[in-house]
Write a protein that binds this ligand. Sequence first.
Ligand code: ZN
Length: 61
Amino acid sequence: MKERKIRWRFRAPNRVKLCPVCLSPLKPLPLTGYILPEEYYCPKCGYRGHVALELVDEDEE
Ligand SMILES: [Zn+2]
């Protein structure tokens, strides 16, 4: 009997948003992203806004 390999393709957006001020990870503000563009806040320096640096993890097979 041959073993069948099942592969789950996970295409989750593996994106980390970084604070443009202090480069720490940003947290998305609740209740944004529905009507308004997503807004983020930085717990470290208090930055809040729509601008976020995106760190994209590229895993190519
Ligand atoms: Zn910050």
